[in-house]
Design a protein around this ligand. Structure first.
Ligand code: HEM
Length: 535
């Protein structure tokens, strides 16, 4: 009897305890929510906005699909443009939206606000806390270690891969000459994938010839799942996610991706060991000769050390390889697709590109060199203008690490801030007739004196795209490193296409999706962005 009483008392105490903790926790969340509501009250917001639900209803209006908020921003650009910044509540979570150069500068230029925002945490299961998602000292040390691997001369070594893969793409495209219009999106994307696989991992996955490989499918599936999760608050809970079909697909794709990277790293380690052994034996006997071996980003990661001479651990390497596969692939694929789309829509710009290519290459179909790329100034402006109109990363986000002031409004610490280049790049005072495709905007004489944060396709400041970082000191071509791969590829692809006198096919009729009224091919890896651009 006494023991039973004791057990009942213990249970009662436990339930009381749990109740009190839950109550305290809820009160804390509520107070936190009310505090933010009050602190952000002066910032202009969007209607309708309800307590706790926030603007969530804007996202899921029947028949209008996801990404609705961004569509609203684009549709009502002028209405929002007059506002210095904008506040949006997704459920109980507030986001501050920035799209004016002065506002964007406060966040991007800061060495304090380097922490990535909450939605990036959905990348963690796949990318861990690699360069894109890490913060604080870990990010600083990694960035320092990895930056030299993006040195201009190292990038030049990758040119061979780009030429090879561009040749495969051109061979594929040539089969369509004088035939029915077709959607070239996937062909171009697979080419970008082959380039990044070989340059990042040193592995030829042959995606261009085998688009159905397990790895390629898992890669697209994963990007798709992450983008969808980021904009679906009901999928945010780690506990609930595996209960949804999507959550289970996520686990499956993750397994495929990680085991692929694991195998590649293991093979590479083995290869390096064998090579070192062979080299030792070889050096003992005679002088070294033979063709230069291509080095991949992974080779460099395996050798790089931090300030204290420490090497990266196995997990460190895996998260970086996965990060580069993710960041370096759909960004360049998007850029290339938009460049070709825009050239298709603007025959006069296409003619100029054609002329420039002829000047550099004449009738030769030799591989593209670094010197060639430097000479293609007009094409460079085309790429920049395409990235202005359709930035590959249409928005990115940070969490503020301390209170700051943006255009006269106080933004408290720990606030989620979203920068929207898609809207920023359409500021009419900086880019007159912003919807017009005008590569001339980027001629040196026309870009002089432009606000440095008015054009940020590669982000800006200390946390910009690591690709962009490498080229800035070596040329005056601001922000042009990240698109080098696409630029090379476009150069090669365009060159072969145009020199073979089939330029006419890269026109309006060549691409079924070149017409603004047509429906774009559904894309695996694109962010809600498509909803935005395709109104
Ligand atoms: C047209 C091509 C590209 C564009 C437009 C682009 C754009 C961007 C942007 C906007 C960011 C900032 C993202 C954020 O703050 O969330 C970024 C970061 C990054 N990009 Fe790129 N990128 C491109 C190509 C590449 C390539 C080819 C690679 C690697 C092979 C790469 C690797 C990275 C990495 C690692 C980061 C994170 C840097 C950090 O946080 O320190 N990007 N990129």
């Amino acid at each position: 009897m006494g023991a039973l009483q004791l057990a009942q008392d213990r249970d009662r105490l436990f339930y009381w305890g749990a109740g009190v903790v839950t109550l305290l926790f809820t009160c804390r969340l509520l107070l936190d929510y009310l505090g933010k509501w009050k602190a952000l009250k002066p910032i202009p917001g969007v209607s309708p906005c309800y307590p706790l639900l926030g603007n969530a209803l804007l996202f899921e209006r029947k028949g209008e699909g996801n990404g609705h908020f961004f569509k609203q921003i684009v549709h009502n650009l002028e209405e929002f443009r007059n506002l210095p910044l904008l506040k949006l509540w997704i459920g109980p979570l507030p986001f501050v939206i920035l799209y004016h150069p002065d506002a964007v500068e406060v966040v991007l230029n800061s060495s304090k606000h380097i922490e990535k925002s909450f939605p990036y945490k959905f990348l963690h299961p796949w990318l861990g806390t690699g360069l894109l998602t890490s913060t604080g000292d870990k990010w600083r040390s990694r960035r320092k270690m990895i930056t030299p691997t993006f040195h201009f001369t190292i990038l030049a070594d990758f040119l061979e891969v780009m030429n090879e893969q561009a040749n495969i793409l051109v061979d594929k495209l040539e089969k369509h000459v004088d035939k029915e219009p077709f959607d070239c999106f996937l062909d171009i994307t697979l080419c970008a994938l082959d380039i990044i696989c070989e340059t990042a991992m040193g592995k030829n996955v042959g995606a261009q010839n085998n688009r159905d490989s397990e790895y390629v499918r898992a890669l697209y599936k994963m990007s798709d799942l992450i983008h969808h999760r980021q904009k679906s608050p009901w999928l945010w809970s780690n506990l609930m996610y595996p209960m949804f079909q999507e959550g289970r697909e996520h686990t499956r794709s993750l397994k495929i991706l990680h085991s692929f990277t694991d195998n590649v790293i293991a093979e590479k380690v083995c290869e390096i060991k064998n090579h070192t052994q062979q080299k030792d034996d070889f050096d003992d006997n005679c002088e070294q000769s033979g063709p230069k071996k291509r080095r991949a980003f992974l080779d460099m990661l395996l050798n790089t050390t931090d300030n204290e001479g420490k090497k990266l651990s196995y997990m460190d390497i895996r998260e970086e390889v996965d990060t580069f596969m993710f960041e370096g692939h759909d960004t360049t694929a998007a850029a290339m697709n938009w460049v070709i789309y825009l050239l298709g829509c603007h025959p006069e710009a296409q003619k100029k590109v054609h002329r420039e290519l002829d000047e550099v290459f004449g009738n030769s179909d030799r591989p593209v060199t670094m010197d060639d790329v430097k000479k293609l100034r007009y094409l460079e402006c085309v790429v920049k203008e395409a990235l202005r109109l359709f930035p590959s990363v249409p928005f990115f986000a940070r969490t503020t690490s301390e209170d700051c002031h943006i255009r006269g409004f106080k933004i408290p610490k720990a606030m989620e801030v979203i920068v929207v280049p898609y809207v920023l790049h359409r500021e009419p005072e900086i880019f007159p007739d912003p919807e017009e495709f005008r590569p001339e905007r980027f001629f040196p004489e026309n870009s002089k004196g432009r606000h440095p944060y008015a054009y940020v396709p590669f982000s800006a400041g200390p946390r910009n795209c690591i690709g962009a970082f490498a080229v800035v000191p070596t040329t005056e071509r601001m922000n042009l490193n990240g698109d080098f791969r696409s630029l090379w590829l476009i150069t090669a692809a365009e060159h072969f296409l145009l020199v073979s006198h089939i330029s006419i096919v890269i026109t309006f009729s060549f691409f079924p999706w070149a017409s603004p009224e047509s429906t774009l091919h559904p894309l695996y890896c694109f962010p809600p962005y498509w909803d935005v651009v395709h109104m």
